[in-house]
Write a new protein. Structure first.
Length: 407
């Protein structure tokens, strides 16, 4: 039987590449249909990739840490079931999983059979076969005509370009020992999104200090009557107050359609929660947060953030937010001017809660004080609406029982 090449499949959500996190097989292993052969890390999640046919592994097209483009070879096997038979048999099953809402569907398996390839003649004397090598050279501003190929027939390999990159680095800088960290994966997506936000959104930020003493007391009182599985975190309570304030200022639950010159005011609130994870900053989304009770919101928040920190959230649950809540107080800071999560129109930030002198009924006392801030898209609303929303949210923090009793 002929060799069969399994291409990196389309992982959905418009992702064009993935990093190889860990191979689960090696050359010489026998694989079966739907066996997990590799874990890849996309910009949004870690994904286990199953192979859609069986055979003996004869080549792994990349090593741990390599970046692989969608539609390029991932693994080659020989023998086993035919490609056409397996793809035909599995196609409907994958479509059924997709219709059922499975988070593990890999769309569009890109298998192909090895076939003789006609090599084009070019006028260039540079011998480069791999597009990855060309991209690496381009990203590092390396002239391939200056590189000597160590591959068969003088072909320039990735190692040749990396060696050239190191030479350029040492020549251009005198800082021996500098570390260069590629901007890729999740970090690249975050960087691109934040750059887009700063480039496209005319943002402004407003902030205010508020007394959170009663909020902490209310949370403690509420949790006394709840079982451990239903106890409400401070973040969940803040999220609930956010939904209440947005109900009074729906213009902040919006986005701007620049192509059509329209402000889109969203009918539902899909609340993004900024979360720091071992893989970097992610913003998992709790859909229809405005329809959830305080306990339901707490449970959804707990499950969602745990999955995000473990890298187990499917990409679909990391997109589609309409407003973001960011608790930067967990990092021990008082204030921030958070960057809006494009294409949303606003992001609400919460600083640390600390003891501070505060005037209550004309007398100085010590209270639990926090700073809250709102960065907003000035195309969507003016300072009056933004300040009104932030002041209302602050009032809810200072007098939580009054509003919670109506929720």
């Amino acid at each position: 039987m002929s060799n069969q090449v399994f291409m990196l499949p389309d992982l959905g959500e418009g992702l064009a590449e993935a990093d190889i996190a860990e191979w689960h097989v090696k050359v010489g292993d026998v694989v079966t249909i739907d066996q997990i052969v590799v874990e890849v890390e996309t910009a949004k999640a870690a994904v286990d990739v199953p192979i859609p046919f069986a055979g003996t592994v004869i080549e792994l097209h990349g090593k741990d840490g390599d970046t692989v483009k969608v539609g390029t070879p991932l693994i080659t096997v020989s023998g086993g079931d035919s490609v056409d038979a397996v793809v035909s048999a599995n196609h409907e099953r994958y479509r059924e999983e997709e219709r059922a809402g499975s988070g593990n569907v890999l769309i569009g398996y890109g298998t192909s059979e090895d076939a003789p390839r006609r090599r084009r003649r070019t006028s260039s004397s540079v011998r480069v076969i791999s597009p990855i090598v060309r991209k690496l050279a381009f990203d590092n501003d390396i002239d391939l005509t200056t590189i000597s190929g160590s591959g068969a027939g003088g072909v320039i390999t990735r190692a040749d370009v990396e060696a050239g990159s190191n030479t350029v680095t040492e020549t251009e800088t005198s800082h021996v020992g500098d570390q260069r960290i590629p901007i890729k994966g999740l970090r690249k997506v975050v960087a691109d999104k934040l750059s887009t936000s700063r480039r496209e959104i005319p943002d402004a930020t407003t902030w205010v200090d508020v007394d959170a003493t009663e909020l902490l007391a209310a949370r403690a009182e509420i949790n006394k009557s709840l079982p451990d599985s239903d106890k409400i975190s401070l973040m969940a309570l803040l999220a609930r107050l956010t939904t209440a304030a947005l109900a009074q200022y729906p213009e902040l639950n919006s986005s701007v359609d620049t192509a059509r010159g329209e402000i889109v005011r969203h009918a539902r609130l899909h609340l993004g929660i900024a979360a720091q994870t071992p893989r970097g900053l992610v913003v998992p989304v709790i859909r229809n947060a405005d329809n959830l009770s305080t306990v339901e919101l707490a449970q959804a928040l707990r499950v969602t953030t745990d999955l995000a920190r473990d890298g187990k959230l499917e990409p679909a649950r990391l997109t589609g937010g309409t407003f973001t809540l960011n608790n930067y107080g967990v990092f021990g800071v008082d204030g921030s001017t958070p960057i809006i999560n494009h294409p949303e129109a606003a992001i609400l930030g919460i600083g640390r809660i600390i003891d501070k002198p505060w005037v209550v009924n004309g007398e100085l006392t010590v209270r639990k004080v926090t700073q809250i801030s709102l960065s907003f898209d000035h195309r969507v609303c003016d300072g009056g609406e933004a300040g009104g929303f932030l002041r209302l949210f602050g009032d809810y923090i200072e007098n939580p029982i009054r509003i919670l009793g109506r929720l």
